[in-house]
Ligand binder design. Sequence first.
Ligand SMILES: C[S@@+](CC[C@H](N)C(=O)[O-])C[C@H]1O[C@@H](n2cnc3c(N)ncnc32)[C@H](O)[C@@H]1O
Length: 296
Amino acid sequence: MTRHAQRAAAVATAVPAVSDVPREFAFSDADFRSLVHLAREHAGIALSDSKRNLVYTRVARRLRALGFTSFKQYRSYLAENSDELESFINAISTNLTKFFREAHHFEHFRSHVVAPVLHAIPRGGGRFRVWSAGCSTGEEPYTIAAVLRREIPGGCRHDIRILATDIDTDVLGKAARGIYPASAFDSVPTIYREYFTPAGDGLNDSNLMADERLRSLIAFRRLNLIEPWPFRGKFDAIFCRNVMIYFDNATKAELIERFIQSIKPGGVLYIGHSESFHGSHPGLKLVGRTTYRRGA
Ligand SMILES: C[S@@+](CC[C@H](N)C(=O)[O-])C[C@H]1O[C@@H](n2cnc3c(N)ncnc32)[C@H](O)[C@@H]1O
C-alpha cells in the first residue's frame, strides 16, 4: 500500500459514517418520513433522502427550544399545536440570499423593464408593480427598490410598489427591519450604496439599513406560494428565484402557469440560475439568462 493509500485508509476508519454518529435526539425513519410529508403538504418543499441530516439539524433546534428529548415527542406536539407548524416551516426552509444576487437580472430589469415602461411616461402617473416571491431576508426586494430609485429618481410621480412575500415569518421580520451587517454590502455596486445608511441600532456600529427611499416602495407579506394568492392585479416583473428549486416538478409546473397569469403581457419572469424550464413554454419567451418575457 502506498503512503497516500495508507493515510486515506486511516482517515476512513477514523471518521465514522454519518449514520453512525451518535445523535443528541433519537431520529427514526418514521420521524423523517413524517416531517418530509408535512414539509411537502404545507410548503410544497420536496425533501429527498439525502436531506435526512439537514432535516435533523434544523428541526433539532425546535426540540431544544421546546425542551423535548425525542423527535417522537416533537411530532406529537406538532400534531396537537397548529401554531408549531409555522415554526417548523421556518426551521425547514432554506433562506440563503444576498444583495444583487445573479446581478445580470437587475441589469436586464433596469434596461428592459423599468426604463421602457417608466421613461415612456416622463410626466409621471405610471403604475408599476413588481413581486419578489420568496424574498427571504429582504436583500432581493431592496435590490429591486434601489435599481428603481436610481433609474427613476422622480419615482414618486409614478405609482410604484414592490410586493415582497415569503412563507417564513422569521425571515420576513428581518426583511422588514432591513438592517444588515456591513459585509452584506460587499455585493452592492458603489452607485447603489447611497440608499443604505448607518443603522444606529446600538448592536453593531457598522450595521447598515435600507433607507426610507427603498422602504417606502416595499410591502412585506407572508404568502405561501402553493396556496391561493390574495390579489388579482398583474405585475410588470416577477422575481421568483431559488425558490422553485425546492419544489417537485408538478408543483413547479403549476406555479409557472400561475405566474404567467399574474404577469402583464410583455412583463418578465426571473427565475434562479439552476431552475431553467425543461423545453420551451408557450406563454413565455426566453429573452436572457433565466429571464422570460410573457407574450403580448
Ligand atoms: C433560497 S431563498 C431565495 C431568496 C431570494 N429569492 C434569492 O434568490 O436570493 C428561498 C426562499 O423561498 C421561501 N419559500 C420556500 N417555500 C415557500 C413557499 N411554499 N411559499 C413561499 N415561500 C417559500 C423560503 O422561506 C426562502 O426564504
